[in-house]
Write a protein that binds this ligand. Structure first.
Ligand code: AMP
Ligand code: MG
Length: 338
């Protein structure tokens, strides 16, 4: 199969609609990362996503809809969730609701819930309006690989396997949406993202991170899976261990390797002679740059040396979660998926 990257035009949208109606899979730009979408009401189309990614069947997908779609067709919407939709949607917030079971059971991996996202990307909105149906979509990367933030990243993982990538340039958000469980009395964050715990709590009074207790069935089965790993050797240091990081860099260079630092701006600036991938100064910049840098590192570095940024809280919770996972530092808090 030939894989084509196209911008949104009336022609590309008409083709995307045809593909989705035919049960094919289409990749599309969103403001967080690129998605790999199929008709959420079509069992075979949804299963195709799992097969293409190599994604475990027990790791549910998110149903994407356009801004005017009436989600009460698909899910129960507790009254207190209304203000969150008004405040944060369209945008990088996925909300998990009790399902009315109107989409393929494979979307939710058999769970009684359905997660819904309304992306703000104009490309995603145009695509979702054109197709009309809810589109089940995970991130458009091979399972366990780094999520894609450009059409080229999607192409690198799926060239020859999918017909169309709807290009919208770089995904500025850079990390996947916040996943918020709205099935209980207090909203629970299953995956941290750009809509933060603090932002949600300020709207509805409370919001907690979900923590998996020993012996408990996870709310989101995907939480047990590792991912985001770049395809190069990696090593990770805390901010206090910077001298060890420098030592690791020198040893790798002396062996003839190509070591690269992945660090916040202040660290990159402090060592101008060291090759580094600069994550930036603010949590939002770090989110936006993280995956693109991890994909660059795979091509350029024999050893990627991660250095933990200093900041905590807010958007940084989401960035830290992805960064620690990429470097395999998350053994105790495996909270995400593929
Ligand atoms: P991805 O699109 O690859 O980022 O994966 C979707 C994320 O949403 C994963 O972390 C899933 O575990 C989570 N998710 C999707 N649907 C549900 C659901 N019904 N309940 C809990 N988590 C979900
Ligand atoms: Mg993913």
């Amino acid at each position: 199969m030939n894989t084509v990257i196209l911008p949104v035009t009336s022609d590309s949208l008409a083709w995307a609609k045809e593909l989705i109606q035919d049960g094919e899979v289409v990749a599309f730009h969103t403001e967080t990362v690129y998605g790999l979408g199929a008709d959420a009401t079509n069992d075979d189309a949804v299963r195709k996503i799992f097969a293409l990614k190599g994604r475990p069947a027990d790791n549910p997908l998110i149903a994407h809809v356009h801004a005017d779609y009436d989600i009460s067709r698909l899910v129960e919407t507790p009254a207190w969730t209304q203000c969150l939709r008004e405040k944060f949607l369209p945008g990088p917030l996925t909300m998990v609701y009790p399902s009315k079971e109107k989409v393929s059971r494979f979307v939710s991996s058999g769970l009684p819930t359905l997660s819904i996202r309304v992306p703000s990307s104009p490309v995603a909105q145009a695509f979702l309006r054109a197709v009309g149906v809810p589109v089940a979509a995970p991130s458009a990367n091979r399972s366990k690989h780094v999520s894609p933030v450009t059409a080229q990243h999607v192409y690198d993982d799926f060239a020859g396997d999918i017909p169309l990538i709807l290009d919208g340039g770089a995904s500025q958000g850079g990390i996947e949406s916040t996943v918020l469980d709205c099935t209980g009395a207090v909203p629970l964050i299953l995956r941290a993202g750009l809509v933060t715990r603090e932002m949600i709590a300020s709207e509805v009074g409370a919001c907690e991170y979900y923590t998996l207790h020993e012996g408990e069935k996870p709310k989101s089965p995907g939480m047990a899976y590792r991912h985001y790993a770049p395809a190069c050797r990696t090593v990770f240091f805390t901010a206090a261990e910077r001298n060890d990081a420098l030592q690791a860099y020198r040893e790798e260079a002396a062996r003839g390797g190509t070591p690269v630092f992945l660090c916040e701006h202040a660290v990159a600036e402090a060592y101008p002679s060291i090759k580094s991938l600069d994550l930036g100064r603010t949590p939002e910049e770090m989110a936006s740059n993280l995956y693109a840098h991890l994909r660059t590192a795979e091509k350029r570095a024999s050893l990627l040396i991660g250095i933990e940024p200093l900041e905590h809280g807010g958007v940084m919770d989401g960035v830290r979660n992805r960064l620690l996972r990429a470097f395999g530092q998350d053994a105790k808090e495996q909270r995400d998926d593929t």
